[in-house]
Design a protein around this ligand. Structure first.
Ligand code: 6R9
Length: 647
């Protein structure tokens, strides 16, 4: 590994002013061992409780008495914690900065204004019959009203399910069905990279399969002339002023659900990851404060969409729970030019910038001048999330964006974890390019072998977490059994992350990527099974197997092996058709990069597809295909190797 030896110490000035320096980190590690109850109580004390919790933690990962509960007798409201508690002191402070897709379109929302918008939307939801515990599906562009919609749900105790604006009508319908939501919040259209996204049209299409959805609240955003369905569709701008500008926050139990967020696993349909109120917010709030070392008045910019967990925790809940200023960007990194990110940083004087390696790799290719022609002196700290960052991209980020001065926090976490678990603390942790470094205090990672045996010292294995933290997911919505089976049955008594990982002699963790059938394409998490089922739903396809392969920009690309039905001709036109089909079935980001026609797939005699071999062929590691003798028909491998598609 090129950079193992390279270590970047903590800059002295940063350590001096940081919330947590090396001594404080060590003290926290010692405290959480000596007095876990007290440590976790203090984390919860960051929040404003209506009734502070007296029960702190009640967790068992064992099958017989499986349960995960944090702060279970506490009462609070998330929206009150994100807004009301900062009032009146921060009434005129900016909560959200908005930067539109087109340069020159920006605006701000103060905490006072945010309070009014959230209260009004909460009252509209109530007036339309939405009650505590109801699920509300949100399908919006990256605009401040997306945060408002989430907080409005939280205010009245409704459970939001945000669906990323890139998902297709079919994917939306599946997510509405799974949680039986009766209410949808959307916009006429979104904007992205100079193009329009037909959000309302996608909802209309999705709702053909969800006739029980009684109401759609549509925000006029681009002003496009979209049809409205009488009796079902309501326009936000028409109803906003018909309701009161005040809405008392609903007292919620700490373990009441806050949101559902669908994410891909190795098998089956996407899972509804459920997060609850107290533990999730405590963890989002503390990690934002600790890892970004956030100071009042700073502008924080996380480029993730609110449709993903990173947007939930670090665009909306973490920053606002800290009374911070969060920037919401509607656009993409390369529109209108590859300078856009850096121009936005100068324009809004961003202090802390948090993005994904895939964006950095794409921008790195465009040359340094796009970055260096901007000032960037407002920046104080950089962050990375979503996939392993290769040392080359890390070093470029550090040198060109960070002028060799700014620390980079490479934060490892998952939808399931609610917030960061393994990450440097900028004032405490020396950095190694490509390593997410060390666990946060109270987080207990271990590496295990295939049998679940703990591996000590410098080693490589599967990453498990042996004890709970407040932000841990509580269940798979509607399928508690699946929650247990997916995460706690592979290695009994431990939470299995699905990631492979190496630990070096200094105890630094290096995530090596997923060890299951999940792939990470441009930081978007995709189940290969989902893409396969989309492909076989096409009338020409008999069978399909999808694997990931290394992709320079996206991290991983989608490589699909497709067996056509008898008599169907394998043409380039059909190949294009299938790519479009997957875009249409799931969303553009899931489209295969490569389709290889496969007369047969390598299967064991019991009919199981040997993905290991397919992965090797896709990765062009033809010398290490391994043992193919157990295959029902070893000759299919020769054909696949011979006709391998160039990547
Ligand atoms: C937050 C988020 C989770 C998966 C995770 C891992 C990968 C995320 C990473 C990282 C290496 C990092 N991942 N952060 N790998 N270094 N800093 O991305 O959630 O969409 O659920 O994806 O992403 O493989 O298991 P999610």
């Amino acid at each position: 590994m090129v950079s193992d030896g390279q270590v970047f110490p903590v800059p002295a000035d940063l350590a001096r002013d940081a919330h947590i320096d090396a001594a404080a980190y060590d003290a926290a590690l010692a405290r959480v061992e000596a007095d876990p109850e007290g440590y976790w109580r203090d984390i919860a004390a960051r929040l404003d409780w209506i009734t502070p919790p007296t029960k702190i933690k009640d967790v068992s990962y064992a099958k017989e008495d499986f349960r995960i509960r944090w702060y279970e007798d506490g009462v609070l409201n998330v929206s009150a914690n994100c807004i009301d508690r900062h009032l009146p002191a921060k009434k005129d402070d900016v909560a959200l900065v908005f930067e539109g897709d087109e340069p020159g379109t920006s605006s701000t929302l103060t905490y006072g204004q945010l309070h009014e918008e959230v209260c009004r939307m909460a009252n509209v939801l109530k007036a339309q019959g939405v009650k505590k515990g109801d699920r509300v599906t949100i399908y919006l562009p990256m605009v401040p009203l997306a945060a408002v919609a989430m907080l409005a749900c939280a205010r009245i105790g409704a459970v939001h399910s945000v669906v990323f604006g890139g998902f297709s009508p079919d994917s939306i319908a599946g997510r509405i069905q799974d949680c039986a939501s009766h209410f949808v919040i959307t916009a006429d259209e979104g904007r992205r990279g100079g193009r329009r996204v037909p959000l309302k049209a996608n909802i209309d299409e999705a709702l053909k399969h969800c006739p029980w959805v009684g109401k759609v609240l549509m925000i006029r955003w681009t002003g496009a002339d979209v049809p409205l369905k009488a009796g079902r569709d309501i326009v936000w701008q028409d109803v906003r002023d018909t309701v009161s500008a005040d809405c008392p926050p609903e007292p919620m139990n700490a373990e009441d659900p806050l949101f559902i967020l669908y994410t891909s696993g190795s098998t089956g349909k996407p899972k509804g990851v459920l997060h609850t109120t107290g533990g999730y917010l405590a963890w989002a709030s503390w990690t934002f404060w600790a890892v970004f070392d956030y100071k009042p008045g700073e502008v924080f910019w996380c480029t993730a969409d609110v449709g993903w967990v990173t947007g939930h925790s670090y665009v909306v809940y973490g920053p606002l729970a800290n009374g911070g200023t969060s920037l919401i960007f509607e656009g993409v990194p390369n529109y209108p030019t590859p300078s856009r990110f850096w121009e936005v940083i100068d324009k809004h004087q961003v202090s802390i910038f948090y993005t994904a390696p895939t964006a950095l790799r794409a921008l790195m290719r465009e040359g340094d001048a796009h970055v260096t022609k901007n000032d960037l002196s407002s920046l104080r700290l950089l962050g990375s999330v979503g996939e392993p960052i290769n040392p080359e991209a890390w070093l470029w980020y550090h040198r060109v964006v960070g002028k060799e001065k700014l620390p980079i926090v490479d934060t490892w976490w998952q939808t399931e974890t609610g917030g960061m678990l393994i990450t440097p603390l900028p004032g405490a942790t020396a950095l190694k390019p490509g390593s997410a470094s060390k666990p946060l205090p109270g987080v207990k990672p271990q590496l295990v072998d295939a049998e679940g045996k703990f591996l000590d010292g410098a080693t490589e294995g599967n990453l498990v977490i042996t004890d709970s933290w407040p932000g841990q997911m509580r269940t798979v919505y509607g399928d508690h059994q699946r929650f247990f089976e997916t995460y706690f049955s592979t290695y009994p008594g431990k939470y299995f992350t699905g990631d492979g990982c190496r630990r070096d002699a200094d105890g630094y963790y290096w995530i090596t990527g997923r060890v299951d059938d999940v792939i990470n394409v441009s930081g978007h998490r995709l189940g290969t099974a989902e893409i396969e089922s989309a492909l076989v739903a096409h009338e020409t396809v008999a069978e399909a197997a999808v694997v990931g392969y290394p992709h320079d920009i996206k991290g991983q690309g989608v490589y699909a092996y497709v067996t056509l039905k008898a008599g169907i001709e394998a043409t380039d036109a059909l190949r294009k058709d299938l790519v479009l089909w997957v875009r249409h079935e799931i969303g553009p980001f899931a489209a295969p990069d490569v389709i290889q026609w496969a007369p047969g797939l390598p299967k064991t005699r019991s009919g199981k597809i040997m993905r290991r071999i397919l992965r090797k062929i896709a990765e062009n590691e033809l010398g290490s295909l391994g043992d193919t003798s157990t295959l029902a028909d070893p000759s299919v491998v020769d054909d696949l190797v011979k006709n391998r598609a160039g990547t």
